[in-house]
Every structure is written in C-alpha cells, then in structure tokens.
Design a protein around this ligand. Structure first.
Ligand code: 13P
Length: 334
C-alpha cells in the first residue's frame, strides 16, 4: 500500500514543483489556437510530448498533472505517458473534475462537476499509473457581491467529498479552489476571499474526516484584479499571500502549491520567489512550490508552433523557465 502522506511530501520535495499539463480538451484547443495549430487528439499528444519528453525535466519536476486523454496516450517512442514519467521518477497525477457548471440561481458563479461517477473512475486512473489527483473549483470576485456564501460552501463541500474519495482509492488529492484574477478588485479583497474560501474548505474537510496530512492545497496568489489597473510588487504579493495562507491553512497539511492564473511567466516567477523568501523568513509549517500550466508552457508553445523542427528550441525555452522558477525555491524542506 502506498503511503499517501509520503506521496504528498514527494510532490513538494525541495527545489522541485509540478507541471499542470491537465488542460481539458477545450482549453488545450484554445492554447493550440494561439500558435495556429488545429486541435486533434494527435496534435494534443504532440503538445504533451513536447513537455513530458523534454530531457532533464526530472531535475525540476516532482509531478505532472495529466488530463484523462493524455493518461492513455504514448510518447513518440511508444511509451505510455504515465510510464514515461515514472521512468524519470516523476509522479503522474490526473485531473478528475469534469469542469464547471453555472449555479442554478446565479449565472456568474459555478460549481465543479464530476462527483457522481468519481468513485468508479478512480480505480482505473490508479491502475493507469496515476498516484495523485486534482479537483479545481472556481471562485469569482465581483466587488463586494461575489463570491456568494452559497458558491463557496457548495464548492468547499464538493472539494472535501472528492478528497475523501481520492484518499479512499489510494490517491493523494490536490484541492484547488482557484480565486480568479479577473475583476477590478483590490489585492486585499483577494486575500480576504482566499481566507474565507480556505476556511470553508477546511471546515468541510474536517466535517467528513478527510486526512489533512495526505492532501495538497493548490491556491491562487493574492493579487489585484486584472482590471484594477494595478500591478502589485512581488513584495506586496508575498505579504498578502503569506498572511492569508498562514491564517487559514492548518499546520499538518504537507504542501501548498501555486497556480499561475494568468500571470506572465516572469510575474509568476518573481512573485513565487518573493513568497518563498517571506515564507522562509516568517516560518510556515508546510512546504511550498509551484504547480503552473501557462507560466511554464506558454513561451515554449509560441516557439514550437506545432512544427517538429522547432521541438528542440521549444524544449530549451521550457527548461530555461523551469530553471528560473525552481531557482526561486529554497534548498531545505520542512
Ligand atoms: P495556470 O498555471 O495556467 O493557472 O494553470 C494551473 C492550473 O492547474 C489551473 O487549474
């Protein structure tokens, strides 16, 4: 039997982080469209291959979150992607939610789908090599009116139910209540919403006795909204983010990972660096690292453009970004 606490700790090992290569088919299509590539099962496989078969990624990545389609696909050399990752000592994970749907009484807020048949889906995922899972909930800020208490509560309950099922199936859950960047709100409003949401998540987690020592929290940074006209300094982001997380993440949680959420690769790198410095200075009880999709992949994608001849250069750009992001991480673990 695998020790879920140990797997969770491996995911937040020193100087390593996660690649979130788990864009849904729809989102992968949007990403491919940015560089003029048509989205088919084969081009999405090539897109995954670009990153997953980059030599030396194991120096920087502890785990990769895959999408269901990719779990069943193979590299150019015919090795199933989960196996390819295991050969590199990188833990394969899988996104298990099925996207969002509008809340019945509010078109602006959503709840995340996928609980109904989750139990039956988890065992085959594990048999395919997945060792951990992710569930993303989306929390939208609109002035003082959103998020509603109802949206927070319903998403928190679903995150907790998912986490319990994942643990019971021998898979580490990553609980991701993403607070969206979109909006004209202040950084302090984001900080408050992160705290309120995480408090609701941990209340739901404790209500059904999810093992807090065998889960990972994935969170947004506390940033000013993208329409606020304000760009926070990395130090401001670090102050608000570390203060928020210290107030709401229990000490027995092994790891906290960040999404990039629409920040540029440099912003996501510099903000993480400032967060890590402050977290070390003030002392936080959990390990912290990144779990980025766009901030790690977008530069490489625009070099690749779907062309075989560009793969080598695109991989070099990906590695360059991985080096920059992992340079932000401290050498020691908790
Ligand atoms: P971004 O880093 O692009 O925000 O993606 C991370 C993620 O996993 C969102 O669910």
């Amino acid at each position: 039997m695998y020790d879920l606490h140990e797997i969770a700790l491996s995911l937040v090992a020193p100087k390593k982080g996660l690649l979130a290569a788990d864009e849904s088919i729809k989102t992968a299509g949007k990403r491919l469209a940015t560089c003029g590539v048509e989205s088919t099962a084969e081009t999405r496989r090539q897109y995954r291959e670009l990153f997953l078969d980059t030599p030396s990624i194991e120096k920087y990545l502890s785990g990769v979150i895959l999408f269901e389609e990719t779990l069943k696909q193979s590299s150019d050399s015919g090795v199933p992607f989960p196996e390819l990752l295991e050969q590199k000592d990188i833990l394969p994970g899988i996104k298990v939610d099925q996207g969002t749907e509008p809340m019945s009484d509010s078109s602006k807020e959503t709840v995340t789908k996928g609980l109904l048949d989750l139990e039956e889906r988890l065992a085959p995922y594990r048999a395919s090599g997945a060792r951990f899972t992710k569930w993303r909930a989306v929390i939208r800020i609109d002035g003082d009116t959103l998020p509603s208490a109802k949206a927070i509560m319903e998403n928190a309950k679903r995150l907790a139910s998912y986490a319990l099922m994942a643990q019971q199936s021998g898979l580490v859950p990553i609980l991701e209540p993403e607070v969206l960047l979109e909006g004209n709100h202040s950084r302090l409003r984001t900080k408050d919403v992160i705290e309120t949401t995480m408090n609701a998540v941990f209340s739901a987690v404790d209500d059904i006795a999810v093992d807090r020592t065998a889960l990972i929290i994935k969170t947004s940074m506390a940033l000013s909204g993208s329409d606020s006209g304000r760009t926070d300094t990395p130090e401001e982001v670090a102050d608000s983010t570390v203060e928020a997380l210290k107030a709401c993440i229990p000490a027995d949680v092994p790891g906290v990972v960040f999404l990039s959420g629409g920040q540029s690769p440099d912003q996501a790198t510099n903000n993480l660096s400032a967060i890590m410095k402050l977290a070390q200075k003030v002392g936080v009880p959990w390990n912290i690292t990144f779990s980025y999709a766009r901030a790690l992949q977008s530069e490489s994608l625009s070099v690749w453009k779907g062309e075989k001849d560009n793969v080598q250069n695109a991989r070099a750009v990906f590695l360059e970004r991985l080096v920059k992001v992992t340079d932000a991480l401290p050498d020691v673990t908790k």
